[in-house]
Design a protein around this ligand. Structure first.
Ligand code: GCO
Ligand code: MG
Length: 409
């Protein structure tokens, strides 16, 4: 069946999302997420100006061929903008194929390997008592694995820490990409962070016991030596994983970290290709791959990452913040169910406004996510609702050290 049309929808129901919609000649529509937080319009233009004109008339069923046509055919391959655009096409075509088959996508990907995908929620606190309340609230809300992020004495705001108490409410008010004319600036001090974080995990373990899977995101801020020290100092608290300890593009940095700590390591939310992982996987430097369907070339690209990871016994931990749209989240959940080497899925609930625009059929029960049984991805886009939330530019924060030097955020 041929592709009849494709259009790009940019909407901002609480935060910005870019969605590609592909329509076939017999009237099926498929959706793909192309959201690149803080740089959304670059992907919208890549799709609208350069890819949509190529899609009309192509065979909607030829997913792998279309992937290769856009990847190899573009000459300038890889990179977050290109791969988010290719991902959107890929996911929309999988959505269409699964709808045509009358099956939820996970069935086409091989069927379910498990009853649901273990999800981790985001607990945070500006201080330890607030954090403990937040962990408790997440447990009450059904989470069985929890990411722990904490304020650091002396720093006004820290990545991953909600600006107000992060309780059991429907929504975690976490919006790092702010709608301001320029990025907000935060201050950072790695030494203060390294002193404080072990005391945070000590308090959480003392309160909640040894069994609860706990995760932590270092958000690219340490040198290899600092990261190695952090990993060692957290060993007594038995983390599920320690994420993004060093800037991800320096793969060799992980060698030093790995030699010094047995804390499991996760990395890769900013990666967009299986080629980004060859050193990390081949040398067994990591335990979880963090890429998303949205940023790593769709279901097709992400499956390549997961298949290579499986060779080395490395498991998935797909990126799932609210800047992955419900379309991208649904695609991840189908893959989570279908791959053998699933590890865990990040899950931040989208805001009620986002869920007015994107109608989802995935569900969260007893700590597990399931994509539902609707044919295709199981997500629809309400155009009328989308039009009520026009785009507004947003930027992620910029980090500076006390002397003004720009640091990784
Ligand atoms: C995570 C991530 C996010 C990113 C965000 C940037 O682990 O969920 O680190 O919080 O910062 O996706 O757009
Ligand atoms: Mg992260």
């Amino acid at each position: 069946m041929k592709i009849h049309a494709a259009d790009v929808v940019v909407t901002s129901p609480g935060r910005n999302f870019v969605t590609l919609r592909i329509t076939t000649e017999d009237g099926l529509t498929g959706l793909g997420d192309a959201t690149l937080n803080g740089r959304e319009l670059a992907v919208a233009s890549y799709l609208g100006d350069h890819i949509v004109p190529l899609l009309t008339g192509r065979d909607a069923d030829a997913i792998e061929d279309t992937w290769q046509y856009l990847y190899r055919g573009g000459y300038w391959r890889r990179g977050p903008v290109t791969m988010a655009a290719i991902a959107a096409v890929d996911v929309a075509l999988w959505d269409i194929k699964a709808q045509r088959a009358g099956m939820p996508l996970y069935q086409l990907l091989g069927g379910a390997c498990r009853t649901g995908a273990l999800a981790y929620g985001h607990a945070s606190g500006r201080d330890i008592p607030e954090l403990l309340d937040s962990v408790r609230a997440h447990l009450e809300a059904g989470y069985r694995a929890i990411r722990v992020q904490s304020g650091v004495p002396g720093l006004d705001s820290v990545y991953g820490v909600a600006a107000s108490a992060n309780g059991a409410g429907e929504r975690y008010d976490y919006e790092p990409a702010r709608r301001t004319a320029r990025p907000t600036e935060e201050q950072w001090d790695t030494a203060a962070y390294l002193r404080h974080i072990p005391t945070v995990f000590e308090a959480v373990r003392a309160e909640f016991g040894p069994g609860l899977p706990l995760l932590h995101d270092g958000h690219h801020r340490m040198t290899p030596l600092q990261a190695a020290r952090l990993g060692k100092s957290l060993e007594p608290y038995d983390l599920f994983w320690l994420e993004d300890v060093t800037p991800a593009e320096d793969q060799a940095a992980l060698r030093l970290v790995r030699q010094h700590t047995t804390t499991p390591l996760a990395i890769g939310e900013v990666f967009n290709s299986v080629h980004d992982y060859t050193t990390l996987l081949g040398e067994r430097l990591i335990d979880y791959v963090r890429s998303s369907v949205t940023h790593a070339g769709g279901v097709t690209g992400m499956r390549r990452v997961l298949d290579l990871a499986a060779v080395y016994g490395v498991r998935s931990g797909m990126h799932g913040p609210t800047d992955i749209s419900p379309v991208g989240m649904a695609a991840a959940l189908h893959l989570d169910l279908a791959v053998h080497n699933f590890g865990i899925q990040e899950y931040m609930r989208h805001s009620p406004h986002t869920l007015e625009v994107f109608r989802t059929s995935y569900r969260f029960t007893d700590g597990l996510l399931h994509p539902g049984e609707e044919p295709g991805l199981g997500v629809t886009l309400d155009d009328e609702a989308a039009a009520r939330f026009p785009y507004a530019p947003a930027y992620l924060p910029v980090n500076r050290l006390a002397d003004g030097t720009v640091h990784d955020w």
